[in-house]
Design a protein around this ligand. Sequence first.
Ligand code: IPM
Ligand code: MG
Length: 372
Amino acid sequence: MTTHSLLLLAGDGIGIETMRETRRIIDWFQQKRDLKFNIEEGLVGGSSYDAHGTPLTDETLAQAQQSGAVLFGAVGGVKWDDLPFHLKPEQGLLRLRKEMQLFANLRPATVFDALVDASSLKPHLVRGLDILIVRELTGGVYFGQPRGIEMLPDGQQRGVNTQVYTTNEIVRVARAAFDLAKKRGNKVCSVEKSNVMESGALWRKVVQAVHDAEYPEVELSHMYADNCAMQLVRNPKQFDVIVTDNLFGDLLSDCAAMLTGSLGMLPSASLGAPDETGKRKALYEPVHGSAPDIAGKNVANPLATIMSFAMCLRYSFGLIPEADLLEKAVKDVLSRGFRTADIMQDDMQKVSTSEMGDVLLKALEALAFGEF
Ligand code: IPM
Ligand code: MG
């Protein structure tokens, strides 16, 4: 039996609750499906700051580098809002992304049939929606130098961030997007602001060149980021794979997420380059944040973290039947009417975070062994 090593970093806020339910699911797979995970747990974000004075310790980073995959909850909260930038909870996540070189962030936005009405868009616009945003994750304005806040001689302050991309950074994320598109709808839309930004002009040129040289069979289009935001709410089904930079990807993926009716449903994967054996470093996390307003109340939707684990089974561990089973169980509980508060609809049964875990475990049992 292969042992898959997995580092669980629940983080802060609802990350702790959604990870707790995910852990029950992982344990089910260990007990019932003959899988063995070597599980470690660590602190990240505000909880790490409280315990160690830093949002990510070197030890936890080293554990993450060595593990087969990292499953991440969420970080942040009002409690830590006034900390200096380098100590903020978010820095724990950003450092993991940067140091593990997780440059390709896959953010699927799929609409479950049972949730079509939960979308803020008209049902016919979103029914069957299945798009994938590939967000560049280790470059751009998030990490560009120079950055900082400086004092000017006249007493004003000046805040600076730098949007910067090199050819290679664009090439590798473009390849990731084209490779993924080939396994889906074979269409890539590359998004930037080449009309106003040099980094955007380079982005467009390089993506086109990668396409022409290596992926001529994939349909490629280019779009300005503002237009893309508009098109996402006008006619989202025109897209298959969207590839874009770190900041635009952050914005557009929240927008795409909302098309599905709930941020609480969406998983993501952040992948590095393959090593000699073909294995990629990987971190899986829900697209939603730590939601301090509902933290600790047992009302958060655990499905995005659970679906992130499904992505982990699929992409890092190659356990396709298990990933399929878990995704099927999620569809099953939704079609049987179970809803956490964020996706609650008329005539449905409202469940708490832990009750969602309960019904999902039952659905897994039923699907795997035909029992109720
Ligand atoms: C995301 C989040 C993060 C980001 C924050 C928490 C640093 O919004 O993963 O989309 O801006 O990348
Ligand atoms: Mg975001």
